[in-house]
Write a protein that binds this ligand. Structure first.
Ligand SMILES: C[S@@+](CC[C@H](N)C(=O)[O-])C[C@H]1O[C@@H](n2cnc3c(N)ncnc32)[C@H](O)[C@@H]1O
Length: 233
């Protein structure tokens, strides 16, 4: 499947992706700095695969892990989903909060670090008041080293209600050589093999590499994303 995406997953300066001392794709402070601009770093509209897969589903409860400035969470809330957005960047969450306020949308925004080993401890107090399970978990372009990434996938599975859907999309490993944008760090990129081995409790309906067309100042470019879509039995 190929898709056109006006929603550039690559910021103005793709070299700016590094910078954090703790994580190869950047610390919370680095992301705070990046989000502390008037303009959006990412697009206002949702990611094209999130939109295509979720549009038409009956709304329920949803959580977006690594929500950034909230484009996917805001779109879900607009579609009637009772939505929670989580990110470790305070300024990303602040921006998302301002946007939801301006749009008249209720979204539960949480600042939390998803790379910590024991997520449940970190989350217990944050999730007070949030429904115990979700009908949809979205992870979009959240790239962490192998073990923390697997921990996030495990958390995502735990957060899902039986019958709930998981959508993971991000830059594929093949994007390094053959695609546009994304972090130039092989160990944080996705692959269908990573999804096949780390989403064991999800019945995967889709696990594939997709082409996304990106509009750049220099014209259209192609990005290669890995997409997983499945259901918790
Ligand atoms: C490339 S952006 C994608 C944002 C959003 N999902 C989207 O598609 O627009 C990656 C996001 O992951 C967040 N992030 C990175 N590491 C994180 C961590 N350890 N815990 C929580 N959020 C993290 C960053 O702050 C950033 O907002």
């Amino acid at each position: 499947m190929s898709s056109s995406d006006q929603n550039i997953q690559t910021p103005q300066n793709p070299n700016n992706i590094l910078g954090g001392p703790d994580l190869p794709t950047g610390s919370a402070e680095m992301w705070d700095k990046r989000y502390s601009t008037e303009e959006l770093v990412w697009s206002a509209d949702p990611n094209v695969f999130v939109r295509d897969l979720v549009e038409g589903m009956p709304p329920g409860t949803a959580i977006d892990l690594g929500c950034g400035e909230g484009r996917n969470a805001l779109w879900l809330a607009e579609k009637g989903w009772k939505t929670t957005g989580v990110d470790f960047s305070r300024s990303g969450i602040e921006k998302a909060k301002q946007r939801s306020k301006a749009m008249g949308l209720e979204v539960n925004w949480i600042v939390a670090d998803l790379s910590v080993a024991d997520l449940s401890k970190n989350w217990k107090k944050e999730l007070t008041g949030v429904p115990p399970g979700f009908d949809l978990v979205v992870i979009a372009y959240l790239h962490l080293p192998n073990q923390p990434m697997r921990n996030v996938f495990k958390l995502a599975t735990e957060l899902l209600n039986p019958g709930g859907h998981l959508l993971v999309v991000g830059h594929d490993i093949s994007n390094l050589e053959h695609g546009f944008g994304g972090p130039p760090i092989p160990e944080v990129l996705y692959s269908t093999e990573l999804f096949a081995t780390s989403l064991g409790n999800i019945q995967l309906e889709r696990n594939e590499v997709l082409t996304r067309t990106v509009d750049t100042p220099d014209g259209e470019r192609q990005a290669l994303d890995t997409l997983a879509w499945g259901c918790k039995p």
